[in-house]
Design a protein around this ligand. Structure first.
Ligand code: FAD
Length: 494
């Protein structure tokens, strides 16, 4: 008799785990509160425009290959490596900087403000690369059974990396680069971790290495949601069932085992094994009612910034936009210091703009562009009221019109806004935090919510807020780690 598995949530973590386990002979069902699969990796289709809802870059693309290959399939998704990676606009300068992965081109791009950039970048990335390779297999891709085993594993990481724990990313870019522009650009990755470069330890410059030297960034043909489409095809072939519009709100237990999950209509769902792809910290608090994860305790943890996103279908072609663009202001330090805890909307917002129709015409009707704008904002702990959302959206659209020289406002055919409250409600993201728990030293490795429950022997976790962390490749790794946990207990059934 096949072991029955119930997965709560069809985010990339849930889908990847379902694929791995179904191939191994488990009978898998996914329960999803939303009406469509993918979680944050979702899609909007409105009047001929197709938008990716959240993620727009794939990094560490080999993890996606590994997922498919471990299930006996060649990766069916067509990806193209980006070079330049993206364009960066600084306020007051109409010409964007192209951030080339090819260092020769990057050096030319910054010749006027940062001479000898290629050599400086090589030196800067060398150490980030060493740290990445010293920890990738030993720490990031490993399960730990105790704090001691985690600390033991960490103790094997060469001691030369220690000083970078006590220096901030900003200190590090200041030591390596002279111009403010290059310093700002190289420190932007700190925001992906849920912090600022003025607080993030310099060891995380390993992310600069992964984006600029190692595997880089990739675009996905037809849009990021192709990843979900392809996974759904394989899951259907494996007879994995997905039940939509079904939110798990409670559970029943028998000794130290979960016996059933209860949905919003009171229906009970039974299985042998349960896996939560719902946020690993807030699920323990909200559903399991664990004191350690009460709202008060969760509020004290460090969470990544909330997204404020705008989806615009626009008539015309905006020549000054590339597929990936960042629009930055002048006051980086002040902005970074205030952005996490502000109770008001940013007045001079920094934002990212993605136009996938620049690469893939099928994402917008003829003669139109699909514009996705992402502005990181404080989560609902700090700014609860988003009744000013139209004002903030108009502020950003006006700024973008000015900086691109294209009247966006009067050419909008389609417009949709998601504020942090929407994001929170759509996917049960804690207080609207976009990437889940952040990655300070006390929230990674053995300190992050574990992928195996503390009490219930048949309950496991996968996704951004458990190990190893957030982002698409990390979540794929998380599915491998949870598969290993389950096999330790139940074995390989194939
Ligand atoms: C705006 C934005 C941009 C991003 N950009 C990038 C990027 O460019 N590159 C990158 O690598 N990463 C990016 N990320 C991060 C990436 O999207 C996430 O790390 C990843 O998608 C998380 O996947 P997950 O499976 O952990 O969770 P989720 O995608 O959140 O999936 C969890 C699923 O569980 C469902 N669920 C939750 N609770 C319940 C319940 N009680 N009952 C039933 N169902 C439930 C939710 O509806 C959801 O479908 C971005 C994130 C955001 C928000």
């Amino acid at each position: 008799m096949k072991k029955k598995v119930l997965i709560i949530g069809s985010g990339l973590g849930g889908l990847s785990t379902a694929l791995r386990l179904s191939v191994k002979g488990y009978d898998v069902t996914i329960l999803e509160k939303h009406s469509k699969a993918g979680g944050r990796l979702n899609q909007l289709q409105i009047d001929g425009f197709t938008f990716d809802v959240g993620p727009s870059f794939m990094s560490m693309s080999y993890e996606l290959n590994e997922l498919f290959e471990s299930c006996g399939v060649k990766n069916p998704i067509k990806m193209t490596e980006l070079d330049p990676l993206y364009n960066v606009y600084f306020e007051g300068n109409d010409k964007p900087y192209k951030i080339w992965k090819t260092l020769e081109n990057l050096e030319k791009e910054f010749a006027e403000i940062e001479p000898n950039l290629a050599a400086k970048v090589e030196k800067y990335l060398k150490r980030g690369g060493e740290f990445f390779h010293d920890t990738e297999d030993a720490v990031i891709k490993s399960n730990f059974n105790s704090l001691i085993s985690y600390l033991f594993q960490l103790s094997k990481v060469p001691k030369k990396h220690l000083p970078y724990l006590f220096r901030t990313m900003w200190n590090e870019v200041e030591r390596n680069f002279d111009s403010n522009e290059v310093r700002v650009i190289f420190s932007l990755v700190a925001f992906f971790l849920g912090s600022t470069p003025f607080q993030t330890p310099a060891i995380y410059s390993l992310l600069n290495y992964t984006e600029m030297k190692h595997d880089g960034y990739w675009k996905v043909e037809g849009g990021m949601y192709k990843i979900v489409d392809e996974l759904l095809k394989l899951l259907s072939a494996q007879k994995v069932k997905i039940v939509y519009n079904t939110e798990i709100v409670g559970f029943e237990k028998s000794n130290n085992f979960i016996s059933s999950l209860i949905d919003q209509n009171g229906k009970k769902w039974t299985a042998d094994i349960f896996i939560s792809n719902s946020d690993a910290a807030s699920f323990r608090g909200k559903i399991l009612k664990r004191e350690k994860f009460s709202e008060e305790k969760l509020d004290k943890m460090e969470w990544t910034l909330a997204p404020f996103t705008i989806y615009l279908g626009v008539k015309g072609s905006i020549d000054n936009l590339a597929h990936h663009n960042y629009f930055l202001g002048k006051n980086f330090r002040g902005y970074a210091d205030a952005i996490f805890t502000s109770s008001i909307s940013p007045q001079k917002p920094y934002y990212y703009v993605n136009v996938s129709s620049k690469s893939y015409k099928e994402c917008a009707p003829d003669g139109c562009e699909n514009i996705f704008i992402l502005c990181p904002v404080p989560d609902l702990r700090f700014k609860k009221d988003w009744s000013d959302r139209e004002e903030l959206a108009n502020n950003i659209i006006d700024d973008l019109s000015k900086r691109t020289g294209f009247d966006i406002k009067n050419n909008v055919l389609v417009k949709k806004i998601f504020d942090p409250e929407d994001w929170g409600k759509m996917f049960n993201l804690y207080k609207g935090s976009g990437l889940g728990l952040s990655h300070g030293m006390l929230q990674v490795g053995a300190f992050r919510p574990k992928n195996k429950d503390e009490q219930f022997k048949n309950l496991f976790y996968v996704g951004a807020s458990t190990t190893p962390g957030t982002g698409l490749p990390m979540v794929i790794i998380s599915s491998k780690l949870v598969e290993e946990r389950i096999e330790e207990v139940y074995g390989n059934l194939s």
